[in-house]
Design a protein around this ligand. Structure first.
Ligand code: CTP
Ligand code: MN
Ligand code: MN
Length: 487
């Protein structure tokens, strides 16, 4: 409802009721106009009368003589639009646009109170309506739950990250992942690119993509990438367990475009790739939480059978609370240092003897603490005793004609108890969160963090920890629980 359409401008004072309760105009430099819009006619009449009683000049109709426009529950933009329709062709209105709080405070004071920022409609509304987001720059300083309010934007940026990684442009990939990471943590949906001014990690390229999506509903670059033949083929080929970007590239150069062609080509595949191709469909179907629990029960039994007292912990995405994953990850340890040695081959033999393994590859522990600190982070990623495997998981419910089992990727890691907290932190993820933790350690603290240890380069010594909380404390970071590491 717009109660005051373009009416003829009438002389000031016309609105005075002339009732005996009206005091003489005590403040000649103040001429009030109360906007009925959203305030309502009866409240407006009541407040107008109150104003006059207190000696204010309150006008019924809008005119150029008005100095203060009083509004309730209107946005600045709505009032400006209305005002401009009133003074059209006669220059801009120069009246103060004020919230009703200025009016009520003035009534209480018995005089026009000083106009403060909070009384000014325009500013007040801008702050309330358009949230300008802020965030610290390292993902490990932020709390990122699975409650993503900007999935459309982050999916787009993640796709560009994936495309960059598939093209060997890792630097660009990280930049897109960081940008997506920042948006994942925002408390509400982004509606305008101006809200992102001042946020870290959002470069020109990422902002352009966001702007396109906000304004046009989609980004050409993202849509083109999705449709691109090269991207589609690379996704299919690297979707085979055991096939990395390099191998996929080589096959593409040799003219291979799909799974059937690969199979027909007679290429020699390694053991992992053979298994990957054989179970392609299963392995590209998300693992559910209940399937993860079923795998956990099997691993638990295996561990308990071969080494009573050994402990098993769910790690990776499921520890962060994800409802699905591309695999299931477990960390195994024993409370007595050294008892975990040789554990992995025993667990694997037990699983194999029970028919649970379709494929496995075990890597020995090669981690040694050097005199001058751990090796570079890139080279000490792979040093735990661990096992990449494909489980044959028997499904609880088998419909008619469905096969009675499915293939599921499972990662097992064994760590000595002295390194358990570091392994737990390092294998819980997300990958971006881990990367950012190591970057924080290096750049901000002159420390080297790995899944084995934390080394202080200034003190030239290892910092021990028996819990994740202690590691965050060593790093000078607030503790972030797993469910908030979903950057
Ligand atoms: N990781 C690692 N070294 C590897 C592979 C993985 O340290 N060679 C770590 C990753 O940094 C991550 C964790 O193991 O923190 C889990 O990795 P992964 O299973 O790939 O990812 P998830 O976060 O579990 O996601 P998903 O649900 O897709 O499995
Ligand atoms: Mn995982
Ligand atoms: Mn994994």
């Amino acid at each position: 409802m717009i109660p005051l359409k373009r009416r003829k401008v009438v002389p000031t004072g016309a609105g005075n009721t002339g009732s005996e309760e009206t005091s003489p105009n005590k403040f000649p430099q103040v001429v009030l106009f109360l906007l009925e819009r959203k305030m309502g006619a009866s409240r407006r009449a009541f407040l107008s009368q109150l104003g006059r009683k207190k000696g204010f000049q309150v006008e019924e109709l809008f005119s150029e003589g008005i100095t203060h426009v009083i509004c309730e529950n209107n946005s600045g933009d709505e009032v400006i639009a209305w005002l401009e329709s009133q003074v059209r062709g006669r220059g801009r209105a120069t009246a103060h646009l004020l919230d009703v709080s200025w009016f009520t405070e003035s009534m209480r004071a018995g005089r026009p109170v000083e106009i403060l920022d909070r009384h000014q409609l325009q500013q007040q509304i801008r702050e309330v309506e358009v949230v300008v987001f802020s965030a610290p720059s390292y993902a490990c300083q932020r709390r990122t739950t699975l409650d993503n309010h900007n999935a459309i934007l982050t999916d787009a940026l993640s796709l560009l990250a994936e495309n960059a990684e598939l093209s060997g442009e890792d630097g660009r990939g990280v930049a897109f992942r960081r940008a997506a990471g920042v948006l994942k943590g925002l408390p509400e949906p982004v509606t305008a690119v101006t809200q992102l001014v001042g946020l870290p990690c959002l470069g020109g390229h990422s902002l352009r993509v966001v702007k396109d999506i906000l304004e046009n509903g989609a980004s050409c670059e993202v849509e083109d990438t999705k449709q691109s033949e090269r991207f589609k083929v690379l996704k299919v080929l690297t979707g085979i367990f055991g096939v990395g970007v390099k191998t996929a590239e080589r096959w593409i150069q040799e003219g291979i475009r799909g799974l059937q062609q690969l199979q027909d080509s007679g290429r020699t595949l390694n053991r992992a790739q053979q298994a990957g191709l054989q179970h392609y469909e299963d392995l590209n179907q998300h693992v559910t939480r209940s399937e993860a629990d079923a795998v956990a029960a099997v691993v638990e039994e295996a561990v308990a059978s071969v080494l009573p007292g050994a402990r098993m912990t769910l790690i990776g995405g499921f520890r962060r609370g994800k409802l699905t994953g591309h695999d299931v990850d477990f960390l195994i340890t024993h409370p007595e240092e050294g008892r975990e040695v040789g554990l992995m081959p025993k667990v694997v033999s037990w699983l194999e003897s029970q028919g649970f393994l379709l494929y496995q590859k075990t890597t020995k522990n090669s981690y040694l603490e050097g005199e001058d600190g751990p090796a570079r982070p890139s080279s000490n990623m792979d040093r735990f005793e661990r096992c990449f495997s494909i489980f044959k998981l028997t499904e609880e419910v088998n419909g008619e004609g469905l096969k009675p089992w499915r293939a599921v990727r499972v990662d097992l890691v064994v760590s000595p108890i002295s390194q358990f907290a570091f392994a737990l932190l390092g294998w819980t993820g997300s990958k971006l969160f881990e990367r950012e933790l190591r970057r924080w350690a290096g750049h901000k603290k002159a420390m080297s963090l790995s899944s084995h240890a934390l080394y202080d380069n200034t003190q030239r010594r290892y910092l021990r920890a028996s819990s994740e909380e202690e590691i965050f404390a060593h790093l000078g970071l607030e503790y972030i629980p797993p469910s908030e590491r979903n950057a």
